[in-house]
Design a protein around this ligand. Structure first.
Ligand SMILES: Cc1ncc(C[n+]2csc(CCOP(=O)(O)OP(=O)(O)O)c2C)c(N)n1
Length: 514
């Protein structure tokens, strides 16, 4: 067995089932080794940012890492922005980066670079294998590092000679470093806090926002009157009818301040105190009320689900029933196509248990409102603010959840960053419906231009925020990448096209002309 085979078999032993990648010469042995492990699905992405974003989406939906195979420093660098987003989402990802053979590095050939330097800001764990003999154990440790609670990026750099040289047998999996238990004293103190009569909110993030964690949080809210809150861009939330009522922090700083006004104590479950996304002149970045007391029930790496369940027990009293979201579907939109009409159409027609990859940017302000009362679904926003992740995350979510409809709502500007994802959707025949919000503008930036107080913007400045000249033709872009596409100019057309996409399986793109 060579080093490459020992890598792939070790990944398989460690439960890795998918490898997204874009390889080059230094990774050819790893590519060849993929056929020796039937348990690993190989998914080609035409840009590394698609591969890393897909691994993020996959990690968010499964809790397990995908491997991402990248070509030396430049391949990793192309994937960095979505590794940044994945890091912010605490998604487990194993990034495997090929390098020149050790003996070749001394010649400083063109693709030689500081791979560790590229990897460091996004990685929690970086190892360069020194020999084919250690590749297997390094790979097992990479998976363990990526999956250590709450999940992170582990980067394994493999010089080409570690792939082609004779290796030892594949390694077995190391134990998963799951979330740590929260001490009983912390539970008791938090219970006391929530009983002290002050106005409380509980800010939850991570796994505690799903299933049993959210249910326990809902019971606590019902018992204590505390508000249940999640971050504006919580990496994954379960939303829609029947789910526990959860308030989402708004986006703009002054809105967060208003939203949290009167909160005297904030209990944090895997979350950090709320701050504004950007700084604005004269507006506070720190958004919690003055004098607000913070109590951490669970740190990010701790077991927030069990902590919430234990807190519910510690609060005692009769069993409570969480307040639940009613199903409230909007009317079918008619007439001119507006952002609200798109949001209403999506809420009206999206089936149960869909996964929504949401990079809708300004349309998100209305989409959030309509989808809150739609059928139950999972919501995956851009956790790290680096646009160009919606389409790749949809790829990863669709591979993670082949039985669920994936809907990806994309600003046209955001979609242009990683449009190669459409090709992977076509090639893998993924059940993804993409809605492009074609407003031909970086609209949010026209809002931000005013908010930051940047004065004197003339035609040259405004041209930097305008996408009209030339207009991107998303139906032809999609068709050129193998995805069936159509254009909707009215609400009626949008409803007909989106409705048919919901009834059919496979990739579809709808360009909503706004
Ligand atoms: C990597 C990266 N580059 C640039 C930005 C800045 N940015 C934020 S939103 C945005 C434009 C989004 O436009 P679009 O997707 O069309 O949505 P709209 O604002 O029109 O709703 C840009 C360029 C960013 N967040 N991330």
């Amino acid at each position: 067995m060579n080093g490459a085979q020992s890598l792939i078999r070790t990944l398989e032993n460690c439960g890795v089932e998918v490898c997204f990648g874009n390889p080059g010469t230094s990774e050819m042995h790893f590519v060849a080794a993929l056929d020796s492990s039937p348990g690993i699905r190989a998914v080609l992405c035409l840009f590394e940012g698609v591969a890393t974003g897909a691994a993020d989406g996959y990690g968010r939906m499964t809790g397990s890492p995908a491997a991402v195979l990248l070509h030396l420093g430049p391949g990793l660098a192309n994937g960095l922005a979505n590794l940044h987003n994945a890091r912010r989402a605490a998604s487990p990802v194993v990034a495997i980066v090929g390098d020149h053979a050790t003996s070749h590095l001394q010649y400083d050939a063109p693709l030689t670079s500081d791979i560790v330097g590229f990897a460091r800001p996004v990685s929690n764990w970086i190892v360069t294998s020194k020999s084919a003999l250690t590749v297997a154990s390094d790979a097992a440790r990479a998976v363990q590092a990526a999956t250590a609670a709450p999940g992170s990026i582990a980067t394994l750099i493999l010089p080409a000679d570690t792939a082609w040289s004779e290796a030892a047998h594949a390694a077995s999996a190391l134990p998963r470093l799951g979330p740590q238990a929260v001490a009983g004293a912390v539970i008791d103190e938090t219970a006391k806090l929530l009983r002290n009569g002050k106005r409380s909110a509980i800010l939850v993030r991570g796994g505690a926002l799903l299933g049993p964690g959210l249910e326990a949080a809902g019971r606590i809210a019902a018992k204590t009157g505390a508000r249940l809150v999640c971050d504006t861009f919580a990496p994954r939330t379960e939303l829609g009818a029947g789910r526990v009522i959860l308030e989402r922090l708004p986006y703009f700083a002054e809105q967060i301040v208003e939203f949290l006004a009167g909160v005297e104590q904030l209990v944090l479950v895997g979350a950090r105190p709320p701050v504004s996304f950007f700084a604005y002149p004269g507006v506070p970045s720190w958004c919690s009320p003055e004098g607000c007391r913070f109590a951490t029930l669970a740190h990010e790496h701790e077991d927030g689900v069990r902590a919430l369940e234990a807190l519910d027990d510690a609060l005692g009293g009769p069993a409570s029933t969480p307040a639940r979201v009613p199903l409230d579907l909007p009317a079918v939109p008619r007439g001119p196509l507006t952002p609200l009409a798109v949001a209403q159409g999506i809420a009206q027609l999206t089936p149960e248990h869909a996964v929504l990859s949401d990079e809708s940017i300004t349309l998100g302000f209305v989409l959030g409102q309509t989808m809150a009362f739609a059928r139950p679904h999972d919501h995956l926003p851009c956790a790290g603010g680096s646009i160009g992740q919606g389409l790749p995350v949809a790829v990863g979510a669709a591979i993670a959840c082949p039985d669920r409809k994936v809907v990806c709502v994309e600003g046209d500007g955001s979609a242009a960053y990683t449009l190669q994802a459409l090709w992977t959707m076509a090639r893998e025949n993924l059940d993804v419906t993409v809605v492009i919000c074609a407003n031909r503008s970086y609209r949010i930036l026209t809002v931000e231009l005013e908010r930051v107080g940047a004065s004197g913007a003339g035609p040259k400045a405004l041209s930097m925020l305008d996408l009209h000249d030339p207009e991107m033709d998303w139906t032809r872009i999609a068709q050129g990448l193998g995805v069936e596409a159509s254009r909707a100019g009215t609400s009626e057309e949008f409803v007909a096209q989106y409705g048919s996409a919901m009834r059919q399986r496979g990739p579809r793109l709808i360009e909503a002309m706004l």
